[in-house]
Ligand binder design. Structure first.
Ligand SMILES: *Cc1c(COP(=O)(O)O)cnc(C)c1O
Length: 396
């Protein structure tokens, strides 16, 4: 049976070139980068090359990159580290309703411990209005955290506009760019971003490694104390094979971005248009065109459950996700779709396809062949759909 992986927003395969390079740091260049001997220096060299590669992808300087154990830790470091370092300036934090849980839950934790939180709503496409952010800023606002691209619906936020507002008001601006990194251009200077979260395993690098860009001069406390690695911002012996792999993945992503962006958009639109054409009672969630990530398709299929769709797709070798991967398993509909104004029952029937480097037109056509049959079969078992059919039949 054909196997089609369309869950690249959950994770990606490690690029073979990345894996090969990593292997040498497990078995040959295994020194501790803090050691003075040649083994240590060899490792340190690898660490610093990776730092340059990560910095280059977002227009930063090497010394502004702090490696972490992934996107989640980078988000936590950004939010908690700012709250801790700047608490004497205020206790107000601004974020949006569609952030990743690594940001939202961290902000909610801070709220419980005495900080005040303003959660900016989004419109029906999942967009944050920069004006709404401007209005929410108070004299005691210390942090604005708004993601670059949403992991569920692919909406790309007007980060440069928000960055300009944050800069004018002197408020630290954090951006979770895990989903946009390597897919669309990022320039932290042009966008006026102070802190930017990245993750390796979403861009064909290994899992368990990521980074936080910390603009020079931004006040941030560490979350992990110890040996003082990463300029005391994140102690602990560096995950060198992971970091080196992440650096390589950034280099490759930078080289391939332009071509891949075009290629993915073609496949994305082929899938989205095909679904709309072949299946009735379907709604696209999120914007169309350039405000959407080039690899994201999110649709709500009425009168069926997203989980049932997923299982049926999986039986045909197709991997997608419903809601978000982190919360599937729970029955709560996605907070992102609800924030966009979707009704519970519509949100429940939503599917996310996230495309990647290896996907082909044949993959998309296979989905377009299988999905309508699956939807048809599941709807036949749905009492709601039965009613719709009857009512239409009577009306005719
Ligand atoms: C995956 C993801 C994260 C978490 O990154 P990990 O490296 O898996 O911890 C954070 N934010 C967004 C938007 C993500 O998609």
């Amino acid at each position: 049976m054909r196997r089609v992986y369309l869950d690249h927003s959950a994770t990606t395969p490690v690029d073979p070139e990345v894996a090969q390079l990593m292997m040498t740091y497990y078995t040959e260049k295994y020194g501790n980068p803090s050691s003075v001997h040649s083994f240590g220096q060899e490792a340190k060299e690898g660490l610093e090359i990776a730092r340059e590669q990560v910095a280059a992808l977002i227009g930063a300087q090497e010394n502004e990159i702090t490696f972490t154990s992934g996107g989640t830790e980078a988000d936590n470091l950004a939010v908690l580290g700012t709250a801790d370092a700047q608490r004497k300036n205020g206790k107000h934090i601004i974020t949006s309703a569609i952030e990743h849980h690594a940001v939202l839950e961290t902000c909610e934790y801070l709220e419980k411990s005495g900080f005040e939180l303003t959660v900016i709503p989004v419109d029906e496409e999942g967009l944050v209005d920069p004006e709404a952010v401007a209005h929410a800023i108070r004299p005691d606002t210390i942090l604005i955290s708004i993601m670059h691209a949403n992991n569920e619906v692919g909406t790309i936020q007007p980060i440069a506009e928000i960055g300009k507002i944050a800069k004018e008001k002197g408020v630290t601006f954090h951006v979770d760019a895990v989903q946009s990194l390597g897919k669309i251009p990022i320039d932290v200077k042009a966008m006026n971003v102070d802190l930017l979260t990245m993750s390796s395993h979403k861009i064909y690098g290994p899992k368990g490694v990521g980074a936080l860009y910390i603009r020079k001069g931004v006040k941030l406390s560490p979350r992990v104390y110890g040996g003082g690695q990463e300029k005391k911002r994140r102690s602990g012996t560096e995950n060198l094979p992971g970091i080196v792999g992440f650096g390589k993945a950034c280099e490759l992503a930078g080289k391939r971005m332009e071509e891949e962006e075009k290629q993915l958009k073609v496949l994305r639109d082929r899938l989205m248009d095909g679904i709309l054409e072949k299946i009735d009672y379907v709604k696209v969630n999120g914007p169309r065109g350039d405000k959407r990530l080039p690899n994201n398709v999110n649709v709500s299929v009425q009168y069926v459950e997203g989980e049932s769709l997923l299982l049926s797709l999986d039986m045909m070798g197709i991997a997608a996700s419903s809601g978000s991967a982190c919360t599937s398993g729970s029955l709560d509909p996605s907070h992102v779709l609800l924030a966009m104004g979707l009704k519970h029952e519509i949100a429940h029937g939503s599917l996310r396809f996230s495309l990647g480097r290896q996907n082909t037109e044949e993959d998309i056509d296979y989905v377009l062949e299988q999905l309508p049959k699956i939807v048809e079969r599941l709807r036949m078992m749905s009492p709601l759909y039965d009613q719709i059919l009857h009512n239409t039949a009577k009306a005719q």
